[in-house]
Design a protein around this ligand. Structure first.
Ligand SMILES: Cc1cc2nc3c(=O)[nH]c(=O)nc-3n(C[C@H](O)[C@H](O)[C@H](O)COP(=O)(O)OP(=O)(O)OC[C@H]3O[C@@H](n4cnc5c(N)ncnc54)[C@H](O)[C@@H]3O)c2cc1C
Length: 329
């Protein structure tokens, strides 16, 4: 390859958009293919930890979203009788990490980055279903029957990545048995919730977690144990309603009853065992496609941003030969 490499990114999640935007700003030729038909109003919130924020700054992208960071001052756990069983200021964590943890609406971040991309470089409703390595390029096949080509393919296609299968055979993610069910609600509908606190409300054999988000919103979610073949949305919501019926907490009842205006989600949690390689030929993987972890500490988006940074540096250093770059997340 002697001409500028054509980079195809599969997936417009946090990792794909961060990498795509950084590469484009550096003058590289990038196209992002996303299977979803829209990016707005999907999913919940993510936590941006100081590591994620730092890498976004280094890529020159942090300023795009930082005016929407919400400061969380403390965290509280409410017991089954409504008593405070734990209270912790965020200050010691901030001091230790050298920065604050900010929750942010995932789809707001996606939309903000997508709007910065050059015209026509993000293609929605484009599901990649196959990749063929040819002598001088890679052919991408899409579910609508179309074909495109690229010099380098980046799998930023999440925990159920199809690109991963072309790098490491038999590298399947396993369902953990838990799914997050939740929604995004307005502060107006649950005025008792503090806007500067992460609140965890305990029930009997269940827990509801709520974070503040930008634009006077909250994200709430309940981790639910559920078989993979029961993840059908309607059945899941019925199970949540049934679970919450006997919850002795008015705030939880208000949270569940609050309108989500279609901003509800279910996020099955998958685990991926470490891989022995993350790049093969002219194909690489980043983010959850490479190393999905359970979202207990909310590091998934931050690690995807770190990977995007690492791969960006590799692509800048070896613009035509990704194998030489020795990328590893
Ligand atoms: C809809 C959704 C909602 C989420 N909500 C939360 C949340 O509320 N809180 C939280 O902590 N984490 C959430 N996550 C997970 C979190 O965003 C990721 O763990 C983290 O950001 C890592 O990002 P990623 O870019 O590697 O992968 P992801 O964020 O999973 O993005 C992968 C993208 O690739 C697309 N894609 C997948 N396969 C193909 C294909 N074959 N062709 C084209 N496109 C494809 C997907 O539609 C998705 O947009 C969510 C993920 C998704 C997909």
């Amino acid at each position: 390859m002697t001409k500028a490499a054509k980079i195809a990114i599969i997936g417009a999640g946090i990792g794909g958009l961060t990498l795509g935007l950084a590469c484009q700003k550096a003058g590289m030729k990038v196209k992002i293919y996303e299977k979803a038909s829209k990016l707005h109003d999907i999913g919940g919130g993510i936590l941006l930890w100081p590591n994620g924020q730092r890498y976004l700054q280094w890529l020159g992208l942090g300023h795009l979203i930082q005016s929407h960071y919400i400061k969380v001052n403390d965290s509280q756990i409410i017991g089954t009788d409504g008593e405070v069983v734990f209270h912790q200021s965020c200050e010691p964590v901030s001091q230790r990490l050298g920065g604050t943890v900010f929750p942010i609406d995932r789809s707001f971040l996606q939309m903000t980055f997508a709007n910065e991309l050059e015209n026509k470089s993000l293609v929605l409703a484009k599901e990649c279903i196959d990749i063929c390595h040819e002598e001088h390029e890679i052919k991408l096949l899409f579910s609508d029957g179309t074909v495109d080509s690229a010099d380098i393919v980046v799998g930023a296609d999440g925990v159920r990545s199809i690109v991963r299968g072309f790098i490491k055979e038999n590298s399947y993610s396993n369902y953990t048995g838990y799914c997050w069910w939740g929604g995004i609600i307005s502060q107006h509908d649950v005025p008792a919730l503090p806007t500067d606190r992460v609140t965890t409300i305990l029930g009997v054999n269940k827990v509801c977690i709520v974070w503040p988000l930008n634009d006077n919103k909250f994200m709430w979610y309940l981790p639910i144990k559920m078989a993979e073949n029961e993840l059908n949305k309607a059945a899941g919501w019925k199970q949540i309603e049934a679970l919450c019926q006997d919850w002795n907490n008015d705030t939880v009842k208000q949270i569940i009853a609050a309108p989500t205006n279609s901003r509800n989600f279910n996020l099955p949690i998958y685990h991926l065992s470490p891989l022995s390689r993350y790049a093969h030929g002219r194909t690489v993987i980043i983010g959850d496609a490479a190393h999905a972890i359970a979202p207990i500490l909310g590091q998934g988006a931050n690690l995807a941003i770190e990977d995007a940074y690492t791969l960006f540096i590799c692509l800048k250093t070896f613009p035509t030969d990704i194998e030489k770059a020795g990328y590893s997340p």
